[in-house]
Design a protein around this ligand. Structure first.
Ligand code: GDP
Ligand code: ADP
Length: 199
């Protein structure tokens, strides 16, 4: 485990970014962000993936502390009030947030930190960390996106409908980000991300 620095010892976010870099991976639900992230971490274990906090219920097989920190809405609201999140947002009826201190510590130690988050949170990061690099993952088509969400078969019909509605809005915001990568052929998309991060 990395030693945890008190937050006051990290002077400014810009100072942090001289030591490390912050990467934001965003895009609609079902586009393949999680799958790309997992492969990226397997190939590059030196990356630091920020585990988010959520009020969503765990899906079968998800592990607390690995996939997410699963907490109640009241606890989440308390953490928001205490300023514990670098960014947070409500998505499809649940809260999601990035733990502030862990991420700032890792950047301070010179790590390349990757956040996999939805649109509103990604916008917040662009404002608070102008030097963060942001990647928007696009589906090859909307039909393919729907197919992927359904093939995952882990969400209720209502949750799927909410994700699809939100996906339409999110895709329209793709141009706001530094680079857009289409996740059609998986290996090609993964290589494109690697090129941006490491070459
Ligand atoms: N703003 C924000 N979004 C997050 C965070 N963690 C995950 N998300 C996003 O929340 C959305 C829903 O995540 P999830 O319920 O795991 O569903 P899935 O991405 O469709 O498998 C996705 O777009 C995630 O990228 C976070 O810490 N902050
Ligand atoms: N390039 C791809 N081609 C076909 N299916 C894909 C591709 N990338 C991901 N998938 C599949 O799409 C589904 C959604 O991927 P997931 O990583 O859970 O998306 P997200 O994290 O963006 O919600 C999964 O079943 C995954 O295996």
């Amino acid at each position: 485990m990395m030693p945890v620095l008190p937050i006051q010892s990290i002077a400014t976010t810009e100072e942090c970014l001289h030591l490390g870099r912050l990467i934001v991976l965003t895009g609609p639900s079902g586009v393949g962000k999680g799958t790309l992230m997992r492969s990226l971490l397997e190939r590059h274990p030196e990356l630091y993936y920020s585990v988010s906090v959520t009020t969503r219920s765990p899906r079968p097989g998800e592990i607390d502390g690995k996939n997410y920190y699963f907490i109640s809405r009241s606890k989440f609201e308390q953490l928001v009030a205490e300023g514990e999140f670098l960014e947070w947002a409500e998505f499809a009826g649940n809260y999601y947030g990035t733990p502030r201190e862990a991420v700032l510590n890792q950047i301070h130690f010179g790590k390349l930190v990757v956040l996999e988050i939805e649109l509103e949170g990604a916008r917040q990061i662009r404002t608070s960390f102008p030097s963060a690099f942001s990647i928007f993952i696009l589906p090859p088509s909307f039909d393919e996106l729907e197919k992927r969400i359904r093939s995952r078969a882990q969400d209720s019909e209502e949750a799927i409908a909410r994700r699809l509605l939100r996906a339409q809005e999110e895709i329209q915001a793709a141009d706001e980000f530094d680079i857009q990568i289409v996740n059609d052929d998986f290996e090609t998309a993964l290589n494109d991300i690697e090129t941006v991060l490491f070459k």
